[in-house]
Design a protein around this ligand. Sequence first.
Ligand code: ADP
Ligand code: MG
Length: 241
Amino acid sequence: MSCDLHNMQKERICDRFFSRKNSVFRSRYEGREAVVKAFTNDAAGTALKEYSVLKTCRAKKVAAPIPIGLKEAVIVMEYVEGPTLAEFLDAAWSISGDHADGHHQVQDVAESLGAWLADFHGAFDYTLSRGDASIRNFIISRKGIVGIDFEESGEYDIIDDIGEACASVLSMRPMFSHESEEFCRCMVEGYASKAGPARIARLNEAAARALERYAEFRSDGDEMVRKAIEIRKSGLFSGEE
Ligand SMILES: Nc1ncnc2c1ncn2[C@@H]1O[C@H](COP(=O)(O)OP(=O)(O)O)[C@@H](O)[C@H]1O
Ligand SMILES: [Mg+2]
């Protein structure tokens, strides 16, 4: 990569993106808009891991930013325009009333999230978990859903990605809404129809575990822990055995 971080910081466009751990911002690279992700603590190994995942996604046609460059602990990648899935759902669900079009649009997004997760797992022969499958790590672009942020990917149990995606949606405030449950149901159907129903056999436990993990960081965590107990007892979706 010919340019250095210092130059790309000088060419920064807009504010930095929200990130707890890293420095992530829009800049220019060879005249094109790009996103720079500089990992804290010079974590070159983590940068290399995320960059390799981006390259495999590109090769296997899984929608993710095109990798542009890697230098030490800095990644440069394609800028993907659009709201994060968290922003998209916040906006969709804050509109009151019965908007049939909006409802169908949200359902489509839920199904395509499930399909994206199945494509990702399939691209890595069902051995790699994307990690951090939170709704902040997907962008709703004009061309469809795009996955970002693979620094926590690893050879963990892939069902945890589906469990975490469910927990992330269900724990949006107001928690455990009917809409969020419907979204998860569509997402899981989208996943199962591509990856096969056997791959969601342990979903209830995975979702309960993810909720318990999220509860540790939330003031309303007690409610999440209670929900996890309920999911283990009665299943994630009402009407389940
Ligand atoms: N390629 C990209 N295109 C557009 N926005 C991005 C891109 N990569 C990251 N972002 C934005 O930056 C935020 C933080 O980036 P992310 O890779 O998720 O870092 P972190 O590990 O700190 O969560 C994302 O939630 C998203 O809003
Ligand atoms: Mg992130």
